[in-house]
Design a protein around this ligand. Structure first.
Ligand SMILES: Cc1cc2nc3c(=O)[nH]c(=O)nc-3n(C[C@H](O)[C@H](O)[C@H](O)COP(=O)(O)OP(=O)(O)OC[C@H]3O[C@@H](n4cnc5c(N)ncnc54)[C@H](O)[C@@H]3O)c2cc1C
Length: 240
């Protein structure tokens, strides 16, 4: 068990399961206020698969069909990943062994890069990940006593802007700065959440908006996907 003594703080980055961590800490005697903010399921789930980076994947590429959005993201000189976001009833469970077959079925209507990747690389179910897309944005405070939350525990984001991990890292940087430049931990924790909240809220809410559009393009005919993405990326290059 972790002991938090005078002069120390406990930084908890327990992901979207942060609530259960908070409850566990309270159960073993820490003075933790548990604010129950449950994640919301967007209505989409995502397939993910790392693939060799073929020359045509020279940037982020998106390809949609009426049932979902396929995309390619370069992540290294020789490595990329394909994702496929699709509307999914959360209660429908997938057997891990069926992942390749189900992903191939979903990608069946695609030509272009998605069709080529389907035929070349979607064969081994153990290499495919399948996750529900959930979100939450907790209003500050993000601390209780000497315990402070970072990352998905306070701002879980759907993957539509590829910014969730970046936000968790930024939290760490800002929190370290606040602890260095403020006298007491309470003041530092408050300053940290104040600096982070609006930026994280923009990412969370914009990602949800893009997901809603992906699930129902016809019903969101006036949605400006490129414009919103541009707006968020311009905000993300501002100092934190
Ligand atoms: C399908 C999908 C695709 C995504 N794609 C992208 C992307 O392309 N780019 C991007 O930037 N972000 C992406 N994200 C978001 C990104 O994964 C998260 O925002 C990021 O991982 C959050 O980091 P974290 O450290 O807060 O939480 P996590 O990465 O969830 O880490 C929390 C860790 O805490 C551990 N833990 C939990 N409870 C306890 C406990 N009680 N004791 C000990 N350990 C505990 C967990 O096991 C876990 O290892 C995606 C998310 C999803 C669901």
């Amino acid at each position: 068990m972790v002991e938090v003594s005078q002069g120390e703080v406990l930084v908890v980055g327990a992901g979207i399961g942060g609530l259960s961590t908070a409850i566990a800490l309270r159960n073993v005697g820490y003075d933790v206020n548990v604010v129950e903010i449950r994640p919301t399921y967007l209505g989409q789930s995502a397939f993910r698969l790392n693939i060799p980076r073929d020359p045509e994947i020279d940037r982020i590429i998106l390809q949609n069909d009426p049932k979902g959005m396929a995309g390619f993201v370069p992540i290294g000189p020789d490595l990329a990943y394909i994702f496929y976001n699709t509307t999914w009833d959360k209660d429908v469970r997938l057997d891990r062994n069926d992942l390749a077959e189900v992903l191939r079925e979903h990608l069946a209507p695609f030509g272009g890069p998605a069709g080529r990747v389907r035929d070349k690389y979607v064969d081994d179910p153990s290499r495919i990940m399948f996750h529900p897309e959930e979100w939450l944005i907790a209003p500050p405070p993000w601390h209780s006593g000497r315990i402070v939350l970072i990352g998905d525990a306070v701002h879980a984001v759907t993957p539509h802007l590829g910014q969730g991990a970046a936000q968790a890292i930024e939290d760490g940087v800002v929190l370290a700065e606040c602890l260095a430049y403020h006298d007491g931990h309470e003041e530092a924790f408050r300053a940290y959440a104040e600096r982070r909240y609006e930026r994280c809220r923009l990412i969370v809410e914009s990602s949800v908006r893009i997901g809603e559009w992906e699930m129902d393009p016809a019903g969101n005919g006036d949605f400006d996907h490129a414009g919103l993405t541009q707006h968020v990326l311009e905000a993300m290059v501002q100092p934190i």
